[in-house]
Design a binder for this molecule. Sequence first.
Ligand code: GTR
Length: 329
Amino acid sequence: MKVSRRAFVGGAFAMGLAGCGGGGRSTLFGTDTHPADYPTVQAFRYFGDLVERRSGGRLRVKIFPSGQLGAERDTLEITSFGGLDFNRVNLAPLNSIEPLTTIFSLPFLFDSEAHLRRVLDGEPGERVLRSLAPHDMIGLCFYDSGARSFYNTRGPIERPADMHGMKIRVQNSDLYVAMIQGLGAAATPMDLSEVYQGLVQGVIDGAENNWPSYESGRHYEVAPYYSLTRHVMAPEVLLMSKVSWDNLNSADREIVMESARESVPYMRRLWDARVAAAQEALVADGVRVNEVDPRPFRRRMHPVWESFVTTDVQNDIMRAVLAMGDGNA
Ligand code: GTR
C-alpha cells in the first residue's frame, strides 16, 4: 500500500493525540526502511505484538515497512514532532541531530559483535539512548546491524588505493562523508532506496553495508565485489516520539519499555541467522568476496576520529567503549 506522506502524518498525529490520553484504544504508527521479512521489521513487529498483548489490546502498533513513508532522515523529523509514534532507523542519520550517536558510528570502534553487544547493553548504550530525549525522541532499544563492508561494480578492494577515483554511496552522515574522503574516494550521500539505480546508472561505483542489506536491496546483482573491510558496526535504534510518549500513562510507558527490551534478544537470534543465510546465498550466487587487512584502512581514520570526537562527554563515552573491548573482557 502506498500512503501519501502528508495524509498519513496528519492522521497519525491526530490519532496519537486523541488516542493515548483517554484510556481508549489507540493505534500507534511506526516506520522502517526495510521490507517486512527483514530482521529489524520482524523484531519491531514482535515488539508491537507484546505491547498489544500487555495493554490488553488498548495499544496497537501498525508498522509501515519498505521505506513507504520516506527516507530515514525525513521520517526522523516527522517522529520528533509526533507525526509518527515509532521509528526504527540506523544511528547514522541521527549523527547530525545528536553528536553522542557519532561515537557508536565511528569506523573501527568495535573489536567484534560481542564487544558491540556489551556496549549496547551497558552504560554507554544507556547514555546514548538517553541523549535523544532533548531532540524529542525516546530511545527504546538498540538492534544489531552487524559489520558494514564495501561493495562495488569494478573489482575487489584490497587497499585504500583501490578506492581512488571511486564514487561511494554513504548514509546521510557527515562522518561517513569524511570516512570515504579519508580513504581517498568520493562520497555520495543518498537514501538506501536510490542505491540500486545509482549503481546501475553509474552515478556511484559502490556502497557499503552489512550482508543482509546488501542482499535485501539486491545490490549484489549490480555490484558483485564484496570486500570484507568490516569498517563500521553502527547499530540500529528503535525510537518513540516524545510527543507520543508524553501521551502515555506511566503503566503504558513501562509496557513499551519492557517490550522493547524483550525484543532485543529476539532480534539478535534473527540477525545472526540472517547474516549467515545472506552470506551463504550470495556466495553461492557468485558474489566475489575477499578478505581485507583492515590496518591501512584503520590508520587513515585517525583524523576522522579526531574531528568528530570533540567534546568531553563524547570522549568520556568513547573511553568507556574502548575499555569494554575484547582485550579487557
Ligand atoms: C542498513 C540499515 C538501514 C539503513 C541502511 C542504509 O544497514 O539497517 O536502517 O540505514 O543500512 O545504508 O541506508
